[in-house]
Write a protein that binds this ligand. Sequence first.
Ligand code: PMV
Length: 332
Amino acid sequence: MICRNFARASAPAKVILFGEHFVVYGGPAILGSIDKRIRVSARPIASTKIRINSDIGYFASYPSDRLIESRPHFTEGERILYPLYAATHKVLKDHLMGTAKSIGVEIQLSTDIPLGAGLGSSAASCVATVAAVGSLFLRPDKDWVYSMALRAEKIIHENSSGADCYVSSFGGLIYFVKNIMNKKIRPKKALSLIVVNTGIKHSTKTLVTLVKNYRHENMSLYNDFANRATRICEQAVLAINVGDQIKLGQLMNENHTLLNELGVSNEIINDLVGFCLDKGASGAKITGAGGGGSIVVLIPNEYETSIISEISKKYSHQCISTKIGSSGLLTY
Ligand code: PMV
């Protein structure tokens, strides 16, 4: 067993271009990494503690020699950082078996991914934490990191499709079907989008539960939506392959309508989507779970600056211009 005295990793945020929610029930999704990242460093400490500190103001300390349950009286920091603790504990347990165990880990997170904005911050933090802690003991490969990070993400929402952790681990633009296949899409033209953060924090778990209940109560309508979502995804792959931005925009709009019918949009998001389209965007839609969070907007080059400035003027929302397909997990 190697035990380095310091390791670092970073993992990217993501946008879902097509297929969110339906991907939880086996439909395809298209998603890509973006150039916003979380950076994690880990170092062993001579104490049976796992201490996690995040630059967005959360701190927590847990025992490293046993796994404690998540508890109702946890502080906000302890609750939010718990999945990272559980993942770290698992790595320690697997790699310190049979050795003196009075060892803990200190973890430092620093992020430029907005939280609860539909950009996969929780998946990226699970990926980067598992990789940094794992790098203290082994040379982790991405498949191992992905599976360990997904275990942690499932503590946050147990029905996770795994799409967010996958793209954060491997990077690029990915066609993803839960438990079945993932393949890289190589766009003919580099895909650039803007992400507009509504500033309304959402809970992925709550929205996934809302869709679960909807599906349970309206199975045939849900199946109809899911078939439409699959068709949109298949056409989107073709549009990306040939670089047809107009078609891609139309498909994003159709996907947004579908998410609205499914109940995960709201007036604030629809108003923002409509505004972007009025100002010349080719397509705009929710990205991620919805209910707030962010939208992605596809804009012809000539309108990009003017649309960003109009959005900022009218809504004062954070706008992020981004290229899809940045590097996945990096370890140092
Ligand atoms: O909003 P986010 O970044 O948590 O994305 C969730 C994506 C869903 O499809 C709604 C859930 C999932 O597990 O894929």
